[in-house]
Write a protein that binds this ligand. Structure first.
Ligand SMILES: *[C@@H]1O[C@H](CO)[C@@H](O)[C@H](O)[C@H]1NC(C)=O
Length: 336
């Protein structure tokens, strides 16, 4: 009897966890029973062979001059009201279906939502999901689309050719305020708690993206959050969005998760490339003969270990004093 019970308890808790997981809110990046190392136990695709994000290693990227630029339509000023929600993991803006992206192969994708991944848990931590030559950027923007051959996002999300994400990195230096982000950032204060929604009046996603939309990296991968479905065609832009330090600080410190903890470092570790090839539609400037390539390599390593001085907003006292388990976990995580 007793041993039967003992055998049942883990089984039962697995059931309970599975049940909670279906609500999609209890997985985390670094804390609790369902941190990213345990995602595959509840979401098997997360343990697959073509996962995202990845490190974009420029010397291994295949330049494909035949790869056309992306065609974005309806990305410019849109009148109307657009819901923006704190979903406990990030801030997400619902996008109108008039926003479309045509990929190099002619596939038309319809925009669904846009969200962000950031760092902020200590002064040196950046929070992009993809890295370039091992370098993590400050923020990563994801504009999620579904293949227009499907009726809705709900149908497309399970189809093998269902999704495409347009991704971009944010760079922070001594830049002035990026006014294209002002409305978005001021609305963060309205959605401090998970489940809260606010409304953006008018939207211009084109202006929230980098100036150069032509040059990108492309590969086949997955969603970077559970259920990690392996049906995402990734387009990672080479150019950056520029935000001021204050704007980055606000994104990193405005939202709380389901445990009332500030949402920070909401990025997944990079995943093995396995047999995939990353293509780009622009030549890699870093590609030279071996000697110069080695130089670039050691340079970027040094950059990883010592981020530029003063590259981040100084932390407030309160966030500096909250040294938690998370900081320790993240300490090891930074050695990617
Ligand atoms: C989070 O804080 C709000 C406001 O103080 C409170 O109503 C809520 O119960 C808290 N939630 C948790 C999980 O502690």
């Amino acid at each position: 009897m007793c041993s039967t019970m003992r055998a049942l308890v883990p089984l039962l808790s697995l059931f309970l966890l599975g049940g909670q997981a279906q609500h999609g809110s209890d997985w985390t990046y670094s804390e609790g029973a369902l941190d990213e190392a345990h995602w595959p136990q509840h979401y098997p695709a997360c343990g697959g062979q073509r996962q995202s994000p990845i490190n974009l290693q420029r010397t291994k990227v295949r330049y494909n001059p035949a790869l056309k630029g992306l065609k974005l339509t309806g990305y410019e000023t849109q009148e109307g009201e657009f819901p923006m929600v704190n979903n406990g993991h990030t801030v997400q803006i619902s996008l109108p279906s008039t926003m479309r992206m045509t990929a190099a192969d002619g596939t038309v994708y319809i925009a669904q939502q846009m969200h962000f991944h950031w760092g902020g848990a200590s002064s040196k931590i950046r929070g992009s999901e993809h890295t370039v030559d091992g370098i993590r950027h400050v923020i990563e923007i994801h504009v999620v689309h579904y293949n227009s051959k499907y009726k809705s996002y709900e149908t497309a999300q399970d189809a093998p050719d269902g999704l495409a994400v347009l991704a971009a990195f944010v760079e922070v230096k001594d830049y002035p305020e990026n006014t294209y982000y002002s409305s978005f950032i001021s609305h963060l204060a309205n959605i401090k708690y998970p489940g809260q929604t606010t409304t953006l009046t008018g939207l211009d996603i084109r202006d929230m993206l980098p100036k150069n939309l032509q040059h990108y990296y492309s590969y086949d991968g997955s969603l970077t959050t559970p259920p990690c479905t392996e049906n995402v065609h990734w387009f990672v832009l080479a150019d950056f969005v520029k935000l001021s330090r204050t704007q980055v600080w606000k994104l990193e410190n405005s939202l709380l998760d389901h445990h009332n903890k500030t949402i920070q470092n909401d990025y997944r570790r990079t995943q093995p490339l396995n047999h995939r090839v990353v293509e780009s539609n622009f030549p890699n400037q870093g590609k030279g003969h071996l000697a110069s390539r080695e130089k670039t390599k050691s340079k970027s390593k040094a950059h990883v270990n010592t981020p530029p001085l003063g590259s981040r907003q100084p932390r407030s006292l309160s966030s500096n004093t909250v040294k938690t388990h998370k900081d320790n976990v993240l300490g090891t995580r930074r050695a990617f």
